[in-house]
Write a protein that binds this ligand. Structure first.
Ligand code: UD1
Ligand code: UDP
Length: 381
């Protein structure tokens, strides 16, 4: 029997963190050739993750440009993918989540009539512009995909409701697989500044922010809220690894830099980030991935958005929507900083997103689909 050629396509930091463990799982399977094509929609932030996981791409489209638009990302991915597919001749293409790389990767696979497996399928807000452009990317990719790997039961229900009833697999999220390889109690940070933070003595707040729908007024409000939180509580240290996007950097420089008790750093490698999250007290973020990781580590999250496609941790009580209005963010954060009981109620470790076995289930499901093994059991939280 010939080897199955399975090509994972990704391009941004979160896709890499969530796909590298799967690339490795597939590489360890008999009868599988695990191929990796990166679009490099992110450059530095992608390369840092590839290095940590020791994944070497077979193909690199190297598309990133400063302040890239959705149209340039899409068109460069599409034309670049032609070469990758012709050279690597995959039997299946895997894409992840909801970025522009995800959409263009799936569309390109369709143009070449190669089946598509969608990892992290079925997340929805049902609001076309929030998150933007991710919600539309997800919907489009669900229509292009042949295999759907759903992290949670409600993700699977979304797809069934939309008429996608075949080849749905309930797997958990691969981010929890990744987290299991990075978090260690005796971890020492490469960045000395992070070793010196007063863990346990002061409240350490970990912040990230990058979403396109937050550009402009919402991002300004978020930065001003962070400034106010740091200014009004001496008991707080705020750590913020700033995304490399120039739009984000401008907002940070304008409204937050120079505030007391605020530590601005470059983006951190995933090991540093995950261990910092494990030691911090509270997470404020508009990130998708952090909403999944922090609950697994028992850290309360305030989401700097108006909606979320990840309702499971909200239901479990560890994540709350704070919105993008300055006063609301400040009030909710200060309550958690100052009210021990309110904090305690939110700081419970829950694992609605996975058990660390998602990659195994996805690899099993792929082999089953090609008639080479048993169908995996469903993930059950
Ligand atoms: C992208 C995804 C978003 C995902 C996020 C994760 C799209 C449209 N957006 O948003 O879904 O949540 O990644 O972080 O797919 N840059 C660098 N170096 C890097 C990375 C980015 O300089 O390593 C700068 C570049 O100027 C680039 C800009 O950041 O043009 C924006 O990057 P882009 O991928 O377009 O958008 P993100 O906000 O990162
Ligand atoms: N992350 C990281 N270093 C950072 C910020 C985030 O390694 O400085 C990780 C984070 O732990 C998570 C992922 O990047 O695994 C989330 O990426 P991001 O917030 O950029 O994208 P989203 O999840 O919102 O798509």
């Amino acid at each position: 029997m010939e080897n199955l050629r399975i090509m994972s396509v990704f391009g941004t930091r979160p896709e890499a963190i969530k796909m590298c463990p799967l690339v490795q799982e597939l590489a360890g399977r008999e009868g599988v050739e695990s191929l990796c094509c990166v679009t490099a929609q992110h450059r530095e932030m992608l390369d840092g993750v590839l290095e940590v996981f020791g994944v070497r791409p077979d193909w690199d489209l190297d598309i990133m440009t400063p302040r890239q638009t959705l149209a340039t990302i899409t068109s460069k991915c599409l034309t670049g993918m032609d070469g990758a597919i012709e050279a690597l001749r995959p039997d299946l293409i895997l894409v992840h989540g909801d970025t522009t790389t995800t959409f263009a990767g799936a569309l390109s696979a369709f143009y070449h009539q190669v089946p598509v497996g969608h990892v992290e399928a079925g997340l929805r807000t049902y609001d076309k512009y929030a998150p933007y452009p991710e919600e539309m990317n997800r919907v489009l990719v669900s229509n292009l995909a042949d295999l759907h790997f759903c992290p949670t039961a409600s993700n699977r229900e979304n797809l069934i409701r939309e008429g996608h009833t075949e080849n749905l697999f309930l797997t958990g999220n691969t981010v929890i697989d990744a987290l299991k390889t990075t978090v260690r109690e005796d971890y020492r940070f490469a960045a000395e500044e992070l070793n010196r933070l007063p863990y346990g003595e002061k409240k350490i707040l970990l912040v990230t922010c990058h979403r396109r729908e937050n550009y402009g007024e919402p991002m300004k409000n978020i930065m001003l809220a962070l400034r106010q939180i740091a200014e009004e509580d001496r008991d707080v240290e705020l750590v913020y690894p700033v995304h490399l996007s120039p739009v984000v950097r401008e907002a940070v420089d304008r409204y937050l830099r120079g505030a007391p008790r605020v530590h601005l750093t470059d983006p951190l490698p995933p090991g540093e980030m995950h261990n910092l999250m494990a030691r911090c007290d509270l997470v404020l973020t508009d990130s998708g991935g952090l909403q999944e990781e922090a609950p697994a580590l028992g850290k309360p999250v305030l989401v700097l958005r108006r909606e979320t496609e990840r309702p499971e941790a909200v239901a479990a009580g560890t994540v709350k929507l704070a919105g993008v209005v300055q006063d609301d963010i400040v009030t909710m954060a200060q309550r958690l900083i100052r009210d021990r009981e309110a904090y305690r109620r939110m700081a419970r470790a829950v694992n609605p997103y996975g058990d660390g076995q998602a990659c195994r289930r996805i690899a099993d499901a792929i082999l089953w689909h090609f008639g080479r093994g048993d169908r995996p059991e469903d993930y059950c939280p």
